[in-house]
Ligand binder design. Sequence first.
Ligand SMILES: NC(=O)c1ccc[n+]([C@@H]2O[C@H](COP(=O)([O-])OP(=O)(O)OC[C@H]3O[C@@H](n4cnc5c(N)ncnc54)[C@H](OP(=O)(O)O)[C@@H]3O)[C@@H](O)[C@H]2O)c1
Length: 344
Amino acid sequence: MKYRHVLATAYGPPDVLQVFESDVPEPAPGEIRVRVLAAGVAWGDVARRQAALPAYPPPPFPLGYDVVGMVDKLGAGVTQFSTGQRVAGLTFAVDAEAGTYRLFGYSEMVCGLARMFVPIPDHLDPAAAVCLVLNYLTAYQILHYDAKAQAGETVLVHGGGGGVGTALLQLGRLMGLKVYATGSSSKQRLIQELGATTIDYTTQDFVAVMRHEAPNGVDIVIDPIGGEYVERSYGLLRPNGRLIVYGLSSMMGEDVARNAGVEIERINAMSDRDPAKLVKFFAGVDDESDHYHADLNALFGLLAAGKIQPIIAHRLRLEEAPLAHHLLETRQVGGKIVLDLTRA
Ligand SMILES: NC(=O)c1ccc[n+]([C@@H]2O[C@H](COP(=O)([O-])OP(=O)(O)OC[C@H]3O[C@@H](n4cnc5c(N)ncnc54)[C@H](OP(=O)(O)O)[C@@H]3O)[C@@H](O)[C@H]2O)c1
């Protein structure tokens, strides 16, 4: 039996992404084979295709963090799932010898580590469900564990119209936070619809706006952009304020992989300036600890109850992966792009 999957055939523009046909793989011990219904497209995929983040193996290499699908076959030792069950999870395969890992969600079929998946209700829209696995989980863990956000606090979310940004706005509102968000002009309406006060950074200085709106300072700033945003955001924090940086989008076009380590150290060291302020780089969703499954289950509970409604900018076919990357890297996406494998 054959299946189709996307590989980046080289580092370069979006059209290096091509569809290949291969024999369906067998799940290794501890893995499940999943027939994919929806796969997320993320900024990190674009960065890997552009060689700004390390990809593995050398081209051709696969991409794609997050999938929703149906369990098709169980590897040896897997007892927590059954075939036909609907699941969601992160793709992830570690090569201990090479000291690296592969992500491989752009595919009709994946063999993934069973421990990275949770069962989800059958009735959920797979495209909406897949938004939870990377974007909402990132937002949830930042808000709960790093920012330790409390109802009534003021939060400034940079890049509020993005995939993780829209998740932060929805979850922040649910937690009773007073949310402000920066975005370019095209993202203003979406940010407003999600209940946040918008700041159009193309025409407004976010520091001046927040000094006016919150003269005593901001409790939390959450930033995917880095660069000069970090220092300017730090200056807005009130005592006990928290600045959580989770991306370095401003470094795109540079060798992020080479320079990010120094930048992340610099960001984390900012906490030493004032013990009453926390500055932290959120390196990635914590999939090792017990709360990985609990957090995903909490998010799927919110989705099933209609309390969160992921913003899906585009549902594209597998072979439209190059278009998905073009839209993301030209910043035309409000919310998340999903590869919808249920579409012919
Ligand atoms: N640490 C983690 O675990 C984790 C997890 C997921 C994502 N991330 C990182 O978080 C960031 C956002 O990811 P995402 O998937 O949400 O991306 P996204 O959907 O593309 O959203 C990012 C938003 O940031 C703005 N932006 C993009 N490039 C920019 C630049 N060079 N300068 C200023 N603003 C820029 C864009 O909004 P405007 O049009 O308003 O400018 C865009 O909507 C990425 O850096 C990604 O690598 C980290």
